[in-house]
Ligand binder design. Sequence first.
Ligand code: PMT
Length: 436
Amino acid sequence: MAIVIEGPRTDRKPRDPAEPLRGANIVVGIAGGIASYKAAELVRMLDKAGATVDVAMTPRAQKFIGPMTFQALTRRPVFTDLFNLTEEANIGHIQLADRADLIVIAPATANAIARLAAGLADDAVTAIALASRAPILVAPSMNVNMWNHPLTRANLQRLVEVARYHVVGPGDGFLACRWTGPGRLAEPADILEAAAHVLSRQDLAGKKIVVTAGPTYEAIDPVRFVGNRSSGKMGVALAAAAQRRGASVTLILGPSGVPPPVGVTANTVESAAQLQWALGNAVKDADVVVMTAAVGDYRPAKEAKEKIKRGELGSKMQIDLVANPDLLAELGAKRKGKTPLLVGFAAETTDVLENATKKLASKNCDLIVANDVSEPGAGFAVDTNHVTLVDVAGAEEIPAGPKSEVAHRILDRITAMLAAPPPMSTKPAKKPRRKS
Ligand code: PMT
C-alpha cells in the first residue's frame, strides 16, 4: 500500500466561521411553539455546514411540524418518544446525550425553559439535555409578556448560572401572537453562528499536533500479515477533538475502517516502517506527538514475493520475526529538551500502572495514557475507553466514557502541560486519583 504524504498546509484560507460545526455531533431539540417550523431551516443549515444532526422533538413540537421533515433533512431517525420501544431499544436518549458535542434547543419556549430549569426529564428534549455533559445553547421564542415575565427571566438566569447554558436571542419584532417586542426566535443564521462560537474552544489554536492511530500490518506475503486488534477509533477521536480545539492536526493512520476526520491532514500507512517514515516527516515542526497507534513490535524477517502455498512448507509453517524499532523511544531519545511534547499510550493487561510508569521513563515521554485493554468496554475496537494518565507527578484516572469524551480529557491535560511544562524528575506513579 502506498503512503500518501500530504505536505504542510501552507495554503490556509481565512477561517470559515462555520468551521467548528464541521464533523460535530449536534442534537437539535425542538419544543412546541409557532416558531417550531423555523427549526427546519436551522437543521438544514447545520447539516450543510457539515455537522451530524440528530433531532429530538417534544410531543407539542410535533403538533406544529412533523418528524418526517427532520428525518428527510438529516437522513437520520428523529427522536420523539422516551417510551417508544424501537427508539429506546438501546437507550437512545442516553446515546444521543453522550455523543453530542453540542445541544441546541430551538425554539425554547417559556414552558421548555421552565422545565429545563426545574431539571425535568420527561420528554425527548429535556431528557437528553439533563443526561448530557455537552454545552447547551437555547434560542428562546415566546410571547412578549411571557418573555418579560420575572419567572421566565429567573428560569433562564438559573439555566445560565447553575447549568452554564448559552443563550441566543430572542429577536425583537412583530410576533405571531400579534404583539410587537422581544420574543421572536433568533434567525437560523444567528443560531448557527452562536452554535459555532460555543463549539470553538480554541485552546489548541496555533499548535501542531501529530496523532498516530490504528494498527500496523507487517506483511508475510502478498496475502497474509501479522497485525493487531486496533481499530483506529481512539486515535481518530483524538485527532478530531484536537482539530475542533483549533490545532493543526496530522493524523498518521494504519489500516482502519474509520474515516479520518474532515479538516485534518491524513497520511495512511500500513507497516511500522511506513509509519516511521511518515512520522519522521510530520514531527519536524510539531508541538505535540500523540502515539496512539498499536505499532507492531515484530515483523516477519522476510516478506515472500509470492503467496506462500498451503502445504509448500509441510505441516508446520514457521515465521521468523525480527523486532521493529520503537518509534516512540526513538522520538524520546532524539528530541531536544521537551519539544515536541511526547504522549505515549500503554496497552496493558497486567500491572497497568507499573508498566505505564516504566514506559514513561524508558521512552522519555511527558505523559503515558495507560489503557487496561482487558477491561470490558475499554481498549481495542470498542467505542468507549477507560484510561489513566500517568506522568512524573502521579496518576489520574479518567472516568470511563465514549472515546470522543476521553479524547477531550487527554487533550485537557496536554493543554495544561503545554501551558506549564512538567518537571524533569521521574518518580513512580502514585495511586490514581479521580478528578471530579
Ligand atoms: O484503535 P482502537 O481500537 O480505538 O484501540 C485503542 C488502543 C487500545 C490501540 C489505544 O488506546 C492504545 O492503547 N494504544 C497503544 C497501543 C500499543 O502499542 O501499546 P504498547 O504498550 O505496546 O506501546 C507503548 C507505546 O509505544 C505506544 O504509544 C506505541 O504507539 C509506542 N510504540 C510501540 C511499539 C513500537 N514498535 N513503537 C512504538 O512507538
